[in-house]
Design a protein around this ligand. Structure first.
Ligand SMILES: Nc1ncnc2c1ncn2[C@@H]1O[C@H](COP(=O)(O)OP(=O)(O)OP(=O)(O)O)[C@@H](O)[C@H]1O
Ligand SMILES: [Mg+2]
Length: 372
């Protein structure tokens, strides 16, 4: 028999619908997945086999073929486990085909059938809503993230058996329709700009930078408070509105940096890479391109402490993302663009030669200079 289950894969921040077609026919027992699966998807065979068996269903001992359509784009992500398992159970008549086409399935399977949290659920849900899909089945640990988006019916489940029972009408789940977003008003910082004593000139320069979104370089001797000031800079930035919060949360979602108990990110990001960081972690990249620090700092602050310690070519690669407010990364698998609109705050000690200059007051703490 044949079945078709709908799922979604991510290309950068955009979701693309994948039809998981399953065919079961007579012949020598085999299990193949076609349609350009990457290693994580190919490995899912073993997880699906064990999860189906350990959830109390029969794994068909026949010739099984799963096609991930469209077959010309590379598929990656463990979240295709659930649609493939449901496809196999549907094609082997263990659940009825009837309602399945209305739902989109996302979830990684454990060997015992439990549904594990997956990354990138927020951008997937946003893309699905844009494409007109309204009912989404996903792991319970991804519920908070998916619930950010309005007008979508989210069905969170603990394990494969619950999903199948739901379609057999034996499991009642309260469908959760998201209609209202949480209040935006609560920002919590464990430090505040008001704690800075004196330093009126620097404070004024930083306030101007925060108001106008300007980059700022702090120059001063050790102990003059550069790091302390920079860390308090986000506390004087304006609140993020809901669109900004969603944009930032999407990037953290695909990076796998969103905790399960957290929905929307409401605090502007503050990213402070060490000066030994690599170019890839700064700009983004990898076999399947992931966002780098410039994108993780999107709509927030990128803080380069001890600027002069960074390698020159690392600083050079920041030029294009700072000018364009986005970064495009090309790899064999895909070319993706991530946003990178941030305020750069940098700090450095003055060059030793300036101490020899006459009438130069840089070492006077109160007159510590800030160039905006
Ligand atoms: N204006 C200030 N108000 C309150 N605390 C301050 C002020 N200036 C400095 N400090 C305190 O001095 C200490 C040293 O500051 P900080 O580490 O920010 O200096 P720095 O300029 O980054 O030095 P370095 O060049 O060594 O990195 C911190 O504990 C900070 O709280
Ligand atoms: Mg410092």
């Amino acid at each position: 028999m044949l079945s078709n289950i709908i799922s979604c894969v991510l290309i950068g921040l955009d979701g693309e619908i994948v039809n998981v077609e399953t065919d079961i026919s007579n012949g020598l027992p085999s299990f193949s997945i076609v349609g350009l699966p990457d290693t994580t998807v190919r490995e899912s065979k073993e997880r699906i086999r064990a999860a189906i068996k350990n959830s109390g269903f029969n794994f068909p001992i026949k010739r099984l073929t799963i096609n991930l359509a469209p077959a010309n784009t590379k598929k990656e992500g463990t979240h295709l486990d659930l649609p493939m398992a449901v496809g196999l159970l549907s094609a082997s008549n263990q659940i009825s085909n009837k309602d399945l086409s209305e739902y989109v399935f996302i979830g990684e399977l454990s060997l015992n059938g439990k549904l594990n949290k997956v990354i990138g659920v927020l951008p997937i849900v946003i893309s699905l809503r844009e494409k007109g899909y309204r009912k989404i089945i996903l792991p319970i640990d991804n519920y908070n993230e998916a619930s950010i988006i309005e007008d979508i019916e989210v069905y969170p489940f603990e394990n494969l058996a619950e999903v199948i029972d739901f379609f057999r009408g034996e499991f009642n789940i309260q469908k959760k329709i998201n209609t209202k977003n949480e209040n935006q008003k609560h920002r919590i910082y464990n430090m505040d700009f008001s704690e800075v004593s004196g330093q009126q000139g620097v404070k004024r320069a930083m306030e101007i930078a925060a108001a106008g979104g300007h980059n700022i370089l702090l120059i001063g001797p050790p102990g003059s408070g550069k790091t302390m000031l920079a860390r308090r800079f986000p506390t004087i930035l304006p609140d993020m509105d809901i669109e900004e919060s969603i944009e930032v949360t999407k990037i953290y979602s695909i990076s796998g940096l969103l905790p399960s108990n957290k929905g929307l990110i409401k605090v502007r990001p503050f990213i402070a890479p060490h000066h030994t960081t690599s170019k890839v972690s700064l700009i983004g990249g990898g076999k399947t391109p992931k966002p780098g620090d410039v994108s993780l700092a999107h709509l927030g602050v990128l803080f380069l402490d001890e600027l002069t310690e960074f390698q020159k070519n690392h600083l050079e690669v920041l030029r294009q993302p700072m000018e364009d407010e986005k970064v495009t990364i090309s790899r064999v698998n895909a070319t993706v663009t991530y946003p990178s609109k941030f305020i750069l705050v940098a700090s450095m000690n003055p060059c030793p030669c300036v101490s020899k200059m006459k009438n130069y007051h840089i070492f006077d703490l109160e007159e510590n200079i800030a160039l905006a």
